[in-house]
Write a protein that binds this ligand. Structure first.
Ligand SMILES: Cc1cc2nc3c(=O)[nH]c(=O)nc-3n(C[C@H](O)[C@H](O)[C@H](O)COP(=O)(O)OP(=O)(O)OC[C@H]3O[C@@H](n4cnc5c(N)ncnc54)[C@H](O)[C@@H]3O)c2cc1C
Ligand code: SF4
Length: 317
């Protein structure tokens, strides 16, 4: 591991200012992703700003009837919150489908959104990877690509985003709240938060370097039957091959987002009008631009079958 310096910030403004002051600085929250990447020298921050003592660990109602989730709320606490379980069940289920109990106790809301891809070539520093070393090439294109993206990918990168939580937040239309070193705040719709890879796969979100996530807000509850179904190689402790987050009303109309298929949670709102006609009609539209590889074409029928199961479950509930 490369040497780094460390400080513990006492306020959100201090944390953002500390990252702005040090070239190559990063925030650290639960550390469950960043520390692994530092040990492999994939991430080499010069300075770590610990954000664990900022008091951003509460879940509070908003004036609009939704919930504000502090950036430091642990995944376990979010999944088990009574209001989340009752009104945003898709989010609770997505969180419980991720990682392990021990990891969820440490992992935070902001860190989960910002976790990096699990592409094996990204982790193997002997391999080319445009995300790790811009311009070096992509080991996965033409390599082993069973886990990789089938849609929204580019000639530079075919990685997927690994978060389960982010897929549920996308279907719920969450918003990400931030603050910068100069005190400026903004609200980023989750749809605009993660980026597709294009020619710059190393730039994964629309955040600026000194921009601290302070909270994620959820709009008022949608009602409906909410599900998160994750298909993976092992029953636990594995990332999604395909996942489906859905909110379905009694009339069969609803919303759906897919995980494990793209560089960001994949939701095509125009495809949702087809929900009452069944899964195939939805995925035909949602994956119209799909470019699977020889190893992962199975993800397209798998997405349809997974959504079929979710729709059937909603009908029989
Ligand atoms: C073995 C294993 C299995 C896993 N399985 C799954 C799974 O199945 N599904 C799943 O979704 N996840 C899974 N995870 C990932 C896990 O959910 C993430 O590691 C975790 O959510 C990251 O949160 P953290 O607080 O530890 O982030 P950290 O590691 O502390 O930080 C991650 C990134 O976020 C940045 N950051 C943190 N807080 C802020 C903030 N407030 N503002 C701006 N930037 C910030 C950091 O600078 C860093 O770049 C797994 C992890 C492991 C190790
Ligand atoms: S798919 Fe993306 S993350 Fe994986 S090797 Fe290619 S550029 Fe790197």
């Amino acid at each position: 591991m490369k040497q780094f310096t460390y400080e513990r910030a006492q306020s959100a403004a201090d944390a953002a200012a500390a990252v702005a002051r040090h070239r190559g600085a990063k925030f650290i929250a639960g550390g469950t992703n960043l520390l692994d990447l530092m040990k492999l020298e994939i991430e080499t921050p010069t300075h770590l700003v610990d954000v664990n003592r900022l008091g951003l660990d509460r879940i509070e109602p908003t004036a609009e009837g939704g919930l504000r989730i502090g950036a430091l709320v642990r995944n376990t606490d979010l999944a088990s919150d009574d209001r989340v379980r009752r009104d945003y069940a898709v989010l609770s289920r997505a969180l419980l489908a991720g990682a392990s109990g021990q990891l969820r106790n440490a992992a935070t809301t902001a860190g989960n959104l910002l976790q990096r891809t699990r592409c094996p070539y990204f982790y193997d520093t002997a391999q080319p990877c445009n995300k790790r070393v811009p311009g070096s090439g992509c080991g996965a294109i033409g390599g082993y690509s069973r886990q990789h993206a089938v849609v929204g990918s580019s000639d530079s990168c075919i990685a997927t985003h690994p978060s389960d939580m982010a897929v549920a937040m996308r279907v719920l239309d969450a918003n990400v709240e931030t603050v910068r070193a100069d005190g400026r705040t903004r609200v980023i719709p989750i749809a605009d938060f993660h980026r597709l890879p294009g020619d710059t796969p190393h730039i994964e979100t629309t955040l600026q370097g000194d921009e601290l996530i302070t909270a994620v807000t959820l709009p008022k509850p949608l009602g409906g039957k909410q599900s998160y179904r994750k298909v993976r190689d092992r029953a636990s402790y594995a990332f999604a091959l395909v996942s489906v987050a859905a909110v379905i009303g009694k009339d069969g109309a609803g919303r759906v987002a897919f995980g494990g298929v793209a560089h960001k949670p994949w939701r095509v709102e125009a495809a949702e009008a087809a929900m009452p006609r069944g899964a195939a009609a939805v995925t035909e539209r949602a994956f119209a631009e799909a470019r699977p590889t020889h190893d992962n074409a199975f993800k397209l029928p798998l997405a349809t079958r997974t959504l079929t199961a979710v729709i059937q479950e909603a009908r029989t509930a």
